[in-house]
Design a binder for this molecule. Sequence first.
Ligand code: ZN
Length: 154
Amino acid sequence: MNEQLDELYRDILMDHYKFPRGHKHIDQPDIINEGKNPVCGDEIKVAVSLDHDTVRDISVDCMGCAISVASGSMLVELVRGKSLDEVKRIGRAVKALLKGEEINEDIDLGDLEALRGVRKFPVRIKCALLSWTTLIDALEARPEGSETIVSSTE
Ligand code: ZN
């Protein structure tokens, strides 16, 4: 049973690695951030366009190991269309999942469940968390309640 599950998880991970979901160009993103995981050499760029406090679209461009790329791709699927508060909640749940802590909230982590096995490899946890910390750091740095100002004078 466990072996089959491992195999399934590996398949999901490799699918995200080979076909990352978040590769695209976003015009005039509201949030841009870059992150690095020097331990492994992973580098990531995240761009988000917002519709008020909802993620309208997101791109994740990750150069790195399979785990960092797959995790960034899963992030895209999970946060698109979500409110920023939800994104932060999901981010906390992902951290808990990867660190083997209890997840108190009822959150569907989708394909990210496939990264469960990463917790056995502490060095790899940083790879899996890179996209999340890069995104959430940028969200937290945003002034509270700030809204995208769309110029409408023309
Ligand atoms: Zn890595």
